[in-house]
Design a protein around this ligand. Structure first.
Ligand SMILES: C[S@@+](CC[C@H](N)C(=O)[O-])C[C@H]1O[C@@H](n2cnc3c(N)ncnc32)[C@H](O)[C@@H]1O
Length: 315
């Protein structure tokens, strides 16, 4: 039995199991009625309500096993527990992408992991044999990710743990002439690093930096988001337009064991060693950029176009 399970959702909330711990917290997307009886929702280990943990706030951290990793969970700010269960699917995809990339390149792929949070994506890449630069603006998040590396038996893996602003780091790496084979990024809607982050404003320029870091044939790029309006097709179009690679997108969703379903954002991916997205056939994965859009040259290879000439993805 998996350590991560969506037990039920509905009425604006979700009931999940992380190992032996049940968690009841808000989910704006859960508009349907609940399927499980009230008695099943009555006594979760943790409950988030009215801006704080109203049940189990003092719970000790506990480990969960997912995809060969061991990750620490704890009641954290904003109703988070340290793992986004809907991302577990993308970690399996990253494992395959890194292994395919390593086999073709004949060396350990270099992977840049931006907005790395508690390290699930970075550790999935490290476990598959990548050398990883893990970047997050929050020092506590980076410390949490390092604990997860230890718990997962990966403390000796070649991971650089960097408390830094994603855009500033990517820009500095480009100026230093660094190259990456693969990139994974999970930008929040709003955030803070060396300045305020807004996905609407920041993502296009960040993708241009990533294009410069990867060159014209990145092994793989995986972009996910939980921001309303950023569905899989929009994320895929951003990858196509800013990196010049074929890319596909799909929703990030969880199926509840009760029969319910929760949509929790989207992801898109592409690159020369990118496996097809689960549920998306290889024919779609080979698709080129949308008609009318042009691949963009990497940052630094030519002057940036004036803002008015930005790609359709920006509009
Ligand atoms: C995992 S991502 C967002 C997850 C999910 N997509 C969402 O929207 O809730 C959140 C992480 O990004 C980090 N972060 C926010 N702004 C950042 C920035 N400017 N540079 C680097 N990391 C940042 C936060 O510290 C946090 O760990």
């Amino acid at each position: 039995m998996s350590d991560l399970e969506l037990l039920d959702c509905g009425g604006g909330r979700r009931l999940e199991r992380f190992g032996a711990v049940t968690v009841d917290r808000p989910a704006a997307q859960a508009g349907e009625p609940r399927r499980l009886p009230d008695s099943d929702w009555a006594r979760p280990t943790l409950r988030w309500g009215r801006g704080g943990w109203v049940r189990g706030a003092a719970a000790d951290p506990w480990p969960v096993r997912v995809g060969g990793l061991t990750l620490e969970c704890r009641p954290a700010a904003g109703g988070q527990v340290g793992v986004f269960p809907e991302h577990a699917l993308t970690w399996g995809w990253l494992d395959a992408a890194v292994r395919s990339s390593a086999a073709t390149l004949g060396r350990e792929p270099e992977v840049l992991s931006l907005f790395g949070y508690t390290g699930g994506a970075s550790l999935a890449c490290a476990r598959a044999g990548a050398r990883v630069a893990h970047v997050d603006a929050s020092r506590p998040a980076v410390a949490w990710a390092r604990r997860n590396a230890e718990l997962s038996g990966l403390s000796g893996a070649p991971v650089r743990w960097l408390a830094d602003d994603a855009r500033a780091f990517a820009r500095r790496e480009r100026r230093r002439g660094r190259r990456y084979d693969g990139v994974v990024l999970d930008p929040p809607t709003y955030g803070h690093g060396s300045g305020a982050w807004r996905i609407e404003d920041g993502l296009p320029d960040l993708l241009d930096e990533i294009a410069a870091l990867c060159g014209p044939r990145p092994s793989f790029v995986l972009l996910s988001a939980h921001t309303p309006g950023f569905d899989g097709e929009r994320l895929a179009a951003l990858l196509r337009d800013h990196l010049g690679i074929p890319a596909d997108g799909a929703p990030l969703r969880l199926d509840a064991s009760s029969g319910g379903r929760l949509e929790l954002g989207a992801w898109a991916a592409g690159g020369v060693h990118a496996p097809p997205l689960p549920g998306v056939g290889p024919a779609r994965s080979r698709r080129r950029s949308a008609p009318g859009s042009r691949p963009r040259a990497p940052v630094g290879s030519r002057p940036s176009p004036p803002p008015g000439r930005r790609t359709a993805a920006r509009r």
